[in-house]
Ligand binder design. Structure first.
Ligand code: CTP
Ligand code: MN
Ligand code: MN
Length: 520
């Protein structure tokens, strides 16, 4: 599990004029004060006041502006002025407001709710000016790159999804994940609620959160979740490899909220959990692409040594183009059906003999088409030979990795200062972790027979929500069952074969979406 990002409060790049001195506390609220009738000196004074209170107050009008504040102007006057500023059509900012909203927000120390009395007269939403978005309803019908224009909103919804998942409310979690995925697919930042009309998967709860953020800069529910002792304890405890929601919940009921209390409690831990606790810091540091590539070379060598001709593919988040991940995932196959049988234990033995493994647990393949029948769409468990492991990546290898890694290695991630800042997990650290000549990395290995390779590749590339949406589409729209092994047509009562991901999309009647656009 990836630790809570230490999000930089940013005023998001370009157009960041004049917000000197203080950082923006409300990144979704970008203010502009109209000088007309207010006068230059009063405008400077009010702008500085706002910035001191953590507001983003722009010097110049731009498309980023969400709230235009004016004094003694009518809505029409403001509109006319705006039209004169920007060539061609103006996208009307979300709010044209009277100074009263600004002064009330100053007193409150946060953007207050926009009430009717704050709005300028004659302000009707010019329907045509508001960009309304439209996206298809299934995540697998959309192209979702890593270029997310609504990160503040999707971070908030993802956090609430995480809270639901950690509370064993899976349905609610999925609803928030779907809502976040819709926003990730939008070509521009959302600035007003009216733009969201007609978008799928945005339930009342998600809309309330979005509205809160658009109007106030933050969501009270998100903020209180971040402060919640239970939420933070669940995060720390499930951050231990091998610890799920149930175990963490049980420990919390026993008064265990952090790693120190866990260690002191004398709870019996299984082998995975012991390894997870031992390598807690390393496993909660993001893995860089360069490190993933280095591990790829090691796995490649292992595979080539034990079964020449076997092929390995990088899957999971790194295949989708992510620059960091919580682990590294590989799929291994052999072009001749059957040659892959028994491959995993050989790979694992080789890796172990070379000292690359700190932990591993291998599960056998038990999937048999004839016995198992059509894969159930609701089941995301697959039954390949799999190995959940923890790699020991030595400094040397990491050095090799760093040379090819430009800006995305968390360089500071291995210093003791950085480690002690990472999270309040209650563990006292006496040894400077920066001097450890290696780091632990979670690695997942999967072996599939070539006949199922395309299904495995598709099923293990993710994202998790994209996979879920693919299965939902298959079941609801096509009466088919999709798994990481096969695609079954429930109307024709037969398996549909495929040797490439493209063929599977075609069977499903979907436009092909490449891995880098599956970041739903
Ligand atoms: N997966 C799966 N069964 C599991 C675990 C994972 O089928 N028991 C699939 C997921 O659906 C996902 C892929 O394996 O498509 C990778 O999962 P994971 O490594 O958890 O997520 P990533 O997308 O790789 O994200 P990260 O970068 O955080 O590792
Ligand atoms: Mn992964
Ligand atoms: Mn994984």
């Amino acid at each position: 599990m990836v630790p809570l990002k230490r999000r930089k409060v940013s005023s998001s790049g370009a157009g960041n004029t004049g917000n000197t001195g203080s950082e923006s506390k409300f990144p979704q609220v970008v203010l502009f004060l109209l000088e007309r009738k207010m006068g230059a000196s009063r405008r400077v004074f009010l702008s500085q006041l706002g910035r001191k209170r953590g507001f983003t107050v722009e010097e110049l009008f731009s498309e980023r502006v969400t709230h235009v504040i004016s004094e003694n102007n009518s809505g029409d006057e403001v509109r006319t002025w705006l039209a004169s500023q920007v060539e061609g059509r103006v996208r009307t900012p979300a709010h044209l407001l009277d100074i009263s909203w600004y002064t009330e927000s100053m007193s409150a120390g946060r953007p207050v709710e926009v009430l009717d009395r704050h709005k300028l007269q004659e302000q009707q939403t010019d329907e045509e000016d508001v960009v309304e978005f439209s996206v298809p309803s299934y995540g697998c019908q959309r192209r979702t790159t890593l270029d997310n224009h609504n990160a503040v909103l999707t971070d908030a919804l993802s956090l609430l999804a995480e809270k639901a998942e950690l509370s064993d409310e899976e349905g609610r979690g999925v609803a928030f994940r779907r809502a976040a995925a819709v926003l990730k697919a939008l070509p521009k930042p959302v600035t007003s609620m009216t733009q969201l009309r007609g978008l799928p998967c945005l339930g009342g709860h998600s809309l309330r959160v979005i509205k809160d953020i658009l109007e106030n800069g933050t969501s009270s529910e998100v903020e209180s979740t971040k402060q919640s002792e239970r939420f933070n304890a669940l995060k720390v405890l499930t951050g231990i490899f091998g610890v799920g929601v149930k175990t963490a919940g049980r420990w919390i009921r026993d008064g265990i909220h952090n790693l120190q209390q866990l260690q002191a409690s004398g709870q019996t831990l299984n082998r995975a959990q012991r390894a997870g606790l031992e390598h807690y810091d390393d496993l909660n540091q993001p893995v860089s692409k360069a490190e993933a590539d280095t591990i790829g070379e090691i796995v490649e060598e292992a595979v080539a040594s034990v079964l020449p001709g076997a092929q390995i593919s990088l899957i999971g988040g790194f295949r989708r183009g992510k620059l960091t991940g919580h682990d590294v995932d590989f799929l291994i196959t052999h072009p001749e059906e059957g040659r892959e049988v028994g491959l995993m234990p050989k790979i694992v033995s080789w890796l172990e003999s070379q000292g690359f493994l700190l932990y591993q647990k291998t599960t056998r393949n038990s999937y048999l088409e004839s016995e198992d029948g059509p894969a159930r769409p609701s089941s995301n468990m697959d039954r390949f030979e799999r190995c959940f492991s923890i790699f020991k990546l030595s400094e040397e290898e990491r050095q090799g990795a760093k040379q090819t890694d430009t800006e995305n290695t968390p360089e500071d991630a291995f210093t003791p200062e950085a480690l002690s800042q990472v999270k309040d997990d209650g563990l006292e650290r006496t040894k400077p972790a920066g001097h450890k000549p290696w780091r632990a990395v979670r690695v997942d290995l999967v072996v599939s027979p070539i006949s199922q390779f395309a299904f495995a590749l598709l099923g293990w590339t993710g994202s998790k929500l994209f996979e879920r949406e693919l299965r939902r589409w298959a079941g609801h729209e096509k009466a088919m069952s999709l798994s990481s092994h096969a695609l079954y047509d429930n109307k024709q009562n037969k398996y549909l074969r495929a040797t490439s991901e493209e063929e599977i999309f075609a069977h499903l009647g979907l436009e092909y979406i490449p891995p880098t656009e599956r970041n739903a």
